[in-house]
Design a protein around this ligand. Sequence first.
Ligand code: HEM
Length: 234
Amino acid sequence: MPSIIEAFQSQVGRKILTGLTGVLLVLFIVFHLVGNLAIFGDPNAMNSYSHFLHQLGPLLWIARVGLLLIFVVHAWIGISIWFGKKKARPQDYKVYSSKGGPSKQSLSSRSMAFTGVVLLIFVIFHVNTFALGDMGTVTVDGVEMHDIKTLVLDTFANPFYAFGYTFVMMLLGAHLGHGIWSAFTSLTLSSPKASAMVYTVGVIVAVILAIGFLFIPLYIYFAGGCEAALINCN
Ligand code: HEM
């Protein structure tokens, strides 16, 4: 069995590691979207959910460090694959076209490095805004907890954040649109027919995730936070 270092060095090993870390990141993103949609539920749902996660203590920190490692490995190998391709073909193709069948050339596939780097920079700013952000506290059923909900509502009242997030969530959709298919192709020996199906399913999942995420800032901005029909603050 190859060691992790050997896996990093071989072309196939690196594809498998990007696929594996990509699948784990998609699982995190699904989990994260479900947690964020709690803003539209019971007035205390989002704060209680966040409080529950923080109560996990050391388990939360293990999950955070694991997630960070997964992000770093995924980004590092992704960038090194891109540089490898650039080195092999320094001159860009004049005209791009998909060969059909298993080939999935598209704007989304060609911009994976760009969308990936933007997402990486986004996550650094995002964690600083929300996970490490300055927030007040609220008391729910006698328990004092961080008021993450007000921080989210205040943040997206600002057009710079609302539209900035909307743009980045579109890039997330583009990244996942190709990434989900690519991860499954790297991890399984799928037939061309299965590959076409996985591609379609991947694009549908990517569009649902992107719409789910970008709906949050846009709705908060246009509908006006606590005054909005879907957000109950009391
Ligand atoms: C509208 C979109 C999003 C909203 C409203 C949102 C909201 C939040 C909030 C409120 C937190 C803090 C959670 C807490 O401390 O309880 C958080 C943390 C985080 N978010 Fe997001 N998020 C969004 C999109 C994303 C996306 C697309 C990614 C990844 C690509 C992401 C990655 C993270 C990470 C890594 C953390 C830190 C987790 C932790 O340390 O506990 N978020 N987000």
